[in-house]
Design a binder for this molecule. Structure first.
Ligand code: NAD
Ligand code: UDP
Length: 334
């Protein structure tokens, strides 16, 4: 059985669908701090079965122990965490408590119960401002904000854990920019309030919830001056987790793996692709650079192909079409 922390969230919910389709048994553990039960009901409809759920907080060992008392857990996919960069600057202790301490408690409870297999949601943010692109896994690591540092610290903690006991099986998946939604249009990304990320902001502008997109800077050293990122379809990302679990027992070191497409698209590329997919206008204005943003960030994803047999298959067009289907069917989210 696979314990999926944060399984009610954006990436978790899509991963649950693919895990069940791949015949894994799953139990979700979530405190619903950034999600709702509705996402789980929708997933249940998609896979046509009930999904086990334990409500609790990863910082609470007693909550977690209940899961291990009720289920035989072989592996954990650990999505639970907070992810808003701006909020992490305002409230660093909240982020270190949730993301770092929460992971420490989770690993402690896993160890006590003899479960030593974990796939962790890391991020391309651990590369800081890379000296060159595309990014390889052995590039230097750094962070520019508390959210990024929380990911970096957890990576270090997991590496130390492995050094202390090499029975641990640990996969660090470094996601680039997850976007898109399940092709059914019934589950997707449902940010609270004004979206921080580009794709949900574009989608809400196209559907008429926002007046116009602010493009944060058009004077970067990129082909059109706007920031370049590696957008990856959330279903491809979910599939990387299935492949990570399929292979985890064959690894004899901590695996750090980029999960991206290898393609960089600019903000204006994304606006254009979204307009074509939605047949809606996405009005935009050029605004100042956002503090902490980098010009260009995209993966060299060849290691993922080599060690997981995984590569992204969804195009930018599909990412935009699927986001639009979710957004237009659910203008107010769940
Ligand atoms: P999300 O907020 O949609 O999902 C996270 C889930 O974890 C939510 O359901 C939330 O309620 C739950 N959660 C948070 N703190 C918890 C706690 N203390 N105890 C129990 N549950 C808790 O976010 P997401 O986009 O699905 O991201 C999943 C993971 O991937 C996060 O760790 C995030 O940092 C990482 N990540 C996300 C992105 C991205 O752009 N979405 C990029 C890189 C890495
Ligand atoms: N961006 C933008 N307007 C927005 C949100 C984002 O121009 O309202 C740009 C941002 O500067 C970056 C890209 O879109 O170049 C992706 O930003 P996002 O916050 O989605 O991801 P991240 O910065 O974490 O890669």
């Amino acid at each position: 059985m696979v314990l999926v922390t944060g399984g009610a969230g954006y990436i978790g919910s899509h991963t649950i669908v693919l895990l069940i389709e791949a015949c894994y048994e799953v139990v979700i553990f979530d405190n619903f701090s950034n999600s709702s039960r509705e996402s789980i009901y929708r997933v249940e409809k998609l896979v046509n079965q009930k999904i086990d759920l334990v409500e609790g907080d990863i910082r609470n060992g007693d909550d977690l122990q209940k899961v291990f008392d009720s289920y035989k857990i072989d592996s954990v996919i650990h999505f639970a965490g907070l992810k808003a960069v701006g909020e992490s600057v305002e409230k660093p202790l909240k982020y270190y408590d949730n993301n770092v301490n929460g992971t420490r408690v989770l690993c402690e409870v896993m160890r006590e119960n003899g479960c030593k297999s974990i796939v962790f949601s890391s991020s391309a943010t651990v590369y800081g401002d890379p000296h060159t692109v595309p990014i390889l896994e052995n590039f230097p690591l750094s962070a520019t904000n508390p959210y990024g540092r929380s990911k970096l610290f957890v990576e270090e903690i997991l590496r130390d854990l492995y050094l202390s006991d090499n029975e641990w099986k640990i996969v660090l998946l470094r996601y680039f920019n997850p976007v898109g939604a399940h092709e059914s249009g019934t589950i997707g990304e449902d940010p609270n309030g004004i979206p921080n990320n580009l794709m949900p902001f574009i989608a809400q502008t196209a559907v008429g919830k926002r007046e116009s997109l602010s493009v944060f800077g058009d004077d970067y050293d990129t082909p059109d001056g706007t920031g370049v990122r590696d957008y990856i379809h959330v279903v491809d990302l979910a599939d990387a987790h299935v492949k990570a679990l399929d292979n985890i027992n064959s690894f004899d070191e901590v695996m750090s793996i980029n999960i991206g497409t290898g393609n960089g698209y600019s903000v204006l590329d994304m606006v254009k692709a979204f307009e074509e997919a939605s047949l809606k206008k996405v009005p935009y204005v050029i605004a100042k650079r956002r503090a902490g943003d980098i010009a260009s960030c995209y993966a060299n994803p060849s290691y993922a192909k080599e060690v997981l047999g995984w590569e992204a298959t969804h195009s930018i067009k599909e990412m935009c079409e699927d986001t639009w289907r979710w957004q237009s069917n659910n203008p107010n989210g769940y």
